[in-house]
Design a protein around this ligand. Sequence first.
Ligand code: AMP
Ligand code: MG
Length: 406
Amino acid sequence: MLTVEAALEHVAREIQPLAVEVVTIADALGRVLAEDIASDIDSPPHDKSVVDGYAVRAADLVSRPITLTVLEEVVAGAAPTQPVTPGTATRIMTGAPVPDGADAIAMVEQTQTLAGEPQRVVIDSPPLAAGRNILRRGVSMRQGDIALRAGRTVRHVEIGLLAEVGRTSVRVARQPRVAVFSTGNELVPPDNLPAIGQIRNSNGPMLLAAVRRAGGLPIDLGIGLDDRDELRRLMAEGLSSDVLLMSGGVSAGVLDLVPDLLRELGVREVFHKVRIKPGKPVWFGVREVSGHRTLVFGLPGNPASSLVGFELFVGPAIRAFSGAPFSPPSTETARLTAAFEHRGERATYYPARLTRSPDGQLAEPLAWQGSADLRTLSLADGLIHFPAGERLYAAGDVVAVSRFAQ
Ligand code: AMP
Ligand code: MG
């Protein structure tokens, strides 16, 4: 059986970047740039004042206080009309262009105007070094500089930067379409009250949301009964997407039909079963028909198994499809708040509450009732990763943890 690392390598190998599309910056949040973005301007575009005050010649301020003649007032958006010469100053507001001749800005708090004498200002500032309170043209970037590289995920900050450099639309990787359905004769939609033997389909809505969170376009194909014809029909429909994601039906029960049917439909099996707990029976394959490629994931039906399979394999695949580099869930370290006994040859992913403390991050293993216990999972901030093997962990031991996306 594959280790999680080996299984991740298999998934990474099957990712092929999707085509590129153009979106407006209003729609670019969370998308991955497919082009380098060059600035069309110097930023800032002029030497600008970073305070409200007076533009002066630093050489005039060697003795203090000093009285200077005020030439004019320049607000942000206006342009100075006169150079500052010895013995003069220009009143200037934050963001306004610095007049020629001035090489420092005295803060308004260190100046006084005399009643009835708006043309004069008394400056009582310690000596100012040349350049003080001035942001020089082009210090942030020069025209032609690359402001953002391809592969960067666009956050709110990058949208601001794109606007600054004059970009209202950008090339981004297309979002993968991810078809999702849940298999199981026992499943009813969440608006039904389950009869005896039935349970509500919690995986479907959970996985659809996880797909969206990871940057995919979810397509809801609902519930499939454990019936060959029905599952074949849903699979065929889902295979027209970039990713087909199913839950249930991949274990060893008599009605676990998914792997057989996928093979019948021409999906090449890459792996079935990974040394993880929960989620061992996870199935992964690829279908390629006349140039269209579909990654297929069959996650075991227990909600925690589905969640772990998604976090480990599906989420990274969707993010990589969306143009970002392939990366397994990132881990941090934390100290256990309680002892934990790990057994067995499978790596365990265990729900935990993660908190900060003065000594670093703490991980509290939750009192979890196993793979079907979504309620306790909802108290978790993420998963502790226990490597395979027998080990008795003590409170205070350092472990690796990954956080759920918010
Ligand atoms: P399976 O992987 O199909 O053998 O299902 C394993 C367990 O997960 C069974 O107890 C199922 O009832 C449960 N299960 C399967 N699918 C879902 C689902 N969509 N939502 C919640 N529980 C499920
Ligand atoms: Mg089932």
